[in-house]
Design a protein around this ligand. Structure first.
Ligand SMILES: Nc1nc2c(ncn2[C@@H]2O[C@H](COP(=O)(O)OP(=O)(O)OP(=O)(O)O)[C@@H](O)[C@H]2O)c(=O)[nH]1
Ligand SMILES: [Mg+2]
Length: 226
């Protein structure tokens, strides 16, 4: 099975070269699709240098958001499975190898990484940690899932499933939207531990606490509407 790694990225010039090297080093059959989302820094120029058979980098002329970048990337996907990879160094791409296993073995259709199932995960800002756990409980309550980390970046899908659901939100609402729509298909989300090395705002973190409020609302809204 071939894995398509989608990297939606915005202003990550400091980390993107190292991240691409780490992703390329993962010993799986794969292709990498990077979408630069109108960065103001050198991210796209750096990414372009890695282009080759297994790697393409495309660019949005203006910043549209993570969800919009993932939608653009999906048009290029040719693999059987898709994983979302952030453009920073907070995660460990070698985790792909165990995250894809339940799908390859036919035991799951969707697998999420969980920072909370990994006791060695680094410490996050408490508000983000608490907010993330709360959003996971909210997901379980609304959608009868049993997950611990709804907002984790590593989400693996069978390509046909991800392509079959509408993705309508442009920004960080991608996570709650995809969780809600997958759940509404009756699919159980399988979770496995993932590594996490959190960065600070001064190191480039971009999510705001208000993105947590948006996630709360999107999960509620999509439970009852389309
Ligand atoms: N395409 C796109 N990606 C973005 C945008 N803003 C942030 N990103 C990317 O989204 C990813 C996640 O952003 P972060 O700020 O690191 O969020 P995070 O710290 O991983 O979030 P938590 O740890 O879950 O709180 C990074 O790879 C960013 O480059 C954007 O406007 N467009
Ligand atoms: Mg991050």
């Amino acid at each position: 099975m071939k894995l398509s790694v989608i990297i939606p990225v915005y202003n990550e010039a400091k980390t993107i070269a190292e991240l691409i090297k780490r992703v390329k080093a993962v010993a799986l059959q794969k292709e990498i699709i990077l979408v630069d989302d109108g960065s103001d820094d050198e991210t796209f120029a750096i990414a372009k240098q890695f282009e080759g058979d297994d790697f393409i980098a495309v660019q949005h002329p203006t910043n549209q958001g993570k969800g919009a970048a993932i939608r653009t990337a999906l048009q290029y996907v040719k693999g059987d499975l898709v994983i979302i990879q952030d453009g920073d160094l907070e995660t460990e791409p070698q985790d792909y190898i165990h995250l894809v296993q339940p799908i390859i073995e036919g035991k799951a259709k969707v697998v999420y990484g969980s920072r909370n199932l990994n006791p060695t995960s680094g410490n996050r800002y408490w508000l983000y940690d608490f907010g993330g756990r709360f959003i996971s409980l909210w997901t379980n309550f609304l959608y009868q899932q049993n997950i611990t980390d709804e907002a984790a970046c590593y989400k693996v899908f069978k390509t046909e499933i991800l392509k079959s659901i509408p993705l309508t939100y442009n920004r960080f609402e991608f996570c709650p939207e995809v969780t809600a729509r997958i759940s509404k298909l009756g699919i159980t989300i399988h979770e496995l531990p993932m590594h996490y090395y959190p960065r600070s705002f001064s190191e480039g973190k971009k999510m705001k606490w208000t993105d947590g409020l948006k996630a709360f609302w999107v999960l509620l809204k999509l439970r009852f509407a389309n």
